[in-house]
Design a protein around this ligand. Structure first.
Ligand code: FAD
Ligand code: EPU
Length: 344
């Protein structure tokens, strides 16, 4: 039995950054993606649900997993073509931040704004990770996945992945695809993204007037480290809610009533509202119920102060959803996958 390990009744507390002490009936750690069909064919695996897990940095487990957790631990980075644009195939289990730093070291541009995002490469396309004015979709050429419906490996090009803000085909059909590798197309040079609030100021503070991609990366590291709580210090899954997108009319009405509302008009005649602002204005920033809380550093981050259960964390999140809705008429949606809820 090479290529994977099976563990019964496995603890998951060290496998999710919210530090929820859930267990999996069966944990399958896979290191060789070619063994997937064999592994998926085990009666014990076929019998229950299957939950694919990377580093668990965007998931809330509201209870134990009565089925198999498939931990993606495959490794490998292959430059398939070099030149002005490099084509790089990366195994799903590689750490995202290690890969970003490696690309910068090789002189490839594109991913600098996405430095320091926790998680695996295989999870990056699931919610189309984004930060500081950039989304990963822009640099993904294709995604290779095991299709649970077709029972074979498929390659989906960027269009087929249907990427959108914190969304993709993979998120919409959650149990269908197991991402095994992502192929990136990275340029040697490109137009740097400096417009997200804080980047230019940070570059100025660093004394950089002609920025290269690694300067942007350094600026983003400074900004992220200042703003977001570190999961190694306090359990969290980054932003717990998506920034809600509303019709212009609703945005304008809210803006008339609340002049300080933070909102970004989109190019599709809708507005994106700052969920952090809504949560803070509704009075939830820094609140705490037992060990479940909303961070006092960033209003959008649900935190586990110690031993909060997944159920307790989800109860607090629902309380925030209801409170923001009652105050502003806007219904927040969780960004992480909430296992055991209607948002799964
Ligand atoms: P997991 O949490 O393990 O899984 C997330 C979802 O993807 C689950 O539904 C899982 O089933 C599915 N999945 C994972 N791997 C695969 C696979 N190989 N095939 C199929 N499905 C799979 N996100 C951003 O977009 N921008 C940010 O700036 C950002 N900042 C963050 C900061 C902090 C401190 C934290 C804790 C999180 C942050 N996140 C951010 C969220 C998170 O880092 C990303 O969503 C990341 O891509 C999750 O990777 P993961 O390996 O931990 O996925
Ligand atoms: N704000 C508040 N209160 C706070 C924090 C922020 O009112 O406690 C307001 C401020 O006005 C601030 C604005 O919210 O200017 C935006 O804050 P920030 O720049 O931190 O961005 P965000 O909208 O809260 C999004 C992503 C992050 C990503 C950052 C940077 C979502 C859901 N979140 O956060 O992604 O890192 O922008 O690009 O889109 C994640 O997905 O887990 C994540 C951390």
């Amino acid at each position: 039995m090479g290529g994977y390990t099976l563990i019964e009744n496995a603890p998951l507390v060290a496998r999710n950054t919210l530090r929820v002490a859930a267990r999996a009936k069966l944990l399958a750690e896979i290191r060789d993606a070619s063994k997937l069909p064999e592994l998926l064919d085990f009666p014990a695996v076929r019998a229950g649900r299957l939950l694919v897990l990377g580093e668990g940095s965007n998931i809330l487990l509201t209870g134990d997993v009565d089925g198999t957790v498939l931990a993606m631990e495959t490794r490998g980075v292959h430059v398939e073509q070099d030149g002005e644009v490099a084509r790089i195939a990366v195994a799903a289990g590689e750490r995202w931040d290690d890969f970003v730093r490696w690309t910068l070291g090789q002189g490839f541009a594109g991913l600098e704004n996405l430095i320091l995002i926790p998680g695996t490469v295989g999870a990056a396309p699931i919610q189309n990770i984004g930060a500081y004015g950039m989304e990963v979709a822009e640099f993904i050429e294709s995604v290779e996945a095991w299709d649970q419906v077709k029972k074979r490996v498929v390659t989906l090009d960027r269009n087929a992945c249907a990427f959108a803000y914190r969304d993709s085909l993979f998120k919409r059909e959650p149990d269908r695809f197991i991402v095994t590798a992502v192929r990136f197309a990275l340029p040697r040079t490109h137009t740097l993204r400096l417009d997200y609030a804080g980047i230019r100021e940070e570059l100025e503070r660093m004394g950089v007037d002609k920025p290269a991609p690694f300067h942007i990366a350094e600026a983003v590291v400074h900004l992220r480290t200042r703003k977001l709580p570190d999961p190694a210090v306090i359990g969290n899954a980054g932003s717990f809610f998506k920034n809600p997108i509303v019709e212009v009319a609703q945005g304008e009405t809210l803006k008339r009533e609340y002049a300080e509302l933070v909102a970004w008009p989109g190019n599709d005649s809708r507005w994106k509202l700052s969920a952090a602002w809504l949560i803070e204005a509704a009075g939830f920033k820094g609140m705490r119920e037992g060990d479940a809380g909303m961070s006092n550093r960033h209003a959008l981050v649900l935190v586990n102060h110690g031993t909060a259960s997944g159920h307790e964390l989800w109860q607090l999140a629902q309380c925030v959803i209801e409170g923001v809705h009652a105050r502003f008429g806007v219904r927040l949606e969780p960004e992480p996958v909430v296992i055991g809820s209607e948002y799964e």
